[in-house]
Design a protein around this ligand. Structure first.
Ligand SMILES: NC(=O)c1ccc[n+]([C@@H]2O[C@H](COP(=O)([O-])OP(=O)(O)OC[C@H]3O[C@@H](n4cnc5c(N)ncnc54)[C@H](OP(=O)(O)O)[C@@H]3O)[C@@H](O)[C@H]2O)c1
Length: 174
């Protein structure tokens, strides 16, 4: 099973403010939907609240919270009290790929254990209160990039990037 992060971040790594997204970018929404459709997606309690406490349709939503007795209030949503348990639960679904869907806290906790990062880089410097961690370039390499220019529906230029974890190279034993 592949563990992947999916995120849209500004040039200064802002991903949200006041529990809101920082933009409305239909092309990114389409990419997010197509990439995650039918698969498990793990998110933090605050991101789930930012979605209006409604699950993403067509995906297995898993929400993590440490609050004792936390419940999402929706029978379609699974919840766990740790990220590790959320990943274990997702594994049981036998999916080819499991997504980490944010927000800032969850990305920070999972970046070094994921295999792939789907990053929509939004070309703007924006204020935020939730951020994506700096991608460690000694751990990940960008393997794909598709630039999309701003238009009437998109306020900013974007770059759809895929970052893959660099495979460890066996030491030369001579
Ligand atoms: N641009 C994007 O791609 C994108 C994607 C997703 C979200 N966002 C934005 O990100 C913002 C939310 O991010 P955030 O950093 O504030 O919050 P978050 O990561 O969504 O959620 C944080 C909460 O998750 C729970 N949590 C975190 N680590 C946990 C662990 N190891 N085990 C169990 N529970 C854990 C805790 O909930 P409790 O406090 O209940 O214990 C914590 O308060 C919003 O503005 C949202 O719109 C942007």
């Amino acid at each position: 099973m592949k563990l992947s992060i999916i995120v849209a971040a500004s040039e200064n790594n802002a991903i949200g403010k006041n529990k809101q997204m920082l933009w409305n970018l239909p092309e990114d929404m389409r990419f997010f939907k197509n990439t995650t459709w039918g698969l498990p997606i793990i998110m933090g309690r605050k991101t789930f609240e930012a979605l209006g406490n409604k699950p993403l349709p067509g995906r297995f939503n898993i929400v993590v919270s440490r609050r004792p007795g936390y419940t999402s209030g929706n029978p379609e949503v699974q919840h766990t009290d740790s990220l590790t348990k959320a990943i274990e639960l997702a594994k049981k679904m036998d999916a080819k790929e499991v997504f980490i869907g944010g927000g800032g806290q969850i990305y920070k906790e999972s970046i070094l254990i994921c295999d792939t990062i789907y990053m929509t880089r939004v070309f703007a410097f924006l204020e935020g209160d939730a951020f994506f961690p700096e991608i460690p370039t000694d751990v990940f390499h960008m393997t794909y990039s598709k630039k999309v220019t701003a238009d009437q529906k998109h306020a900013y230029d974007m770059d759809f990037q895929t970052w893959k974890k660099i495979k460890s190279i066996p030491e030369h034993t001579g």
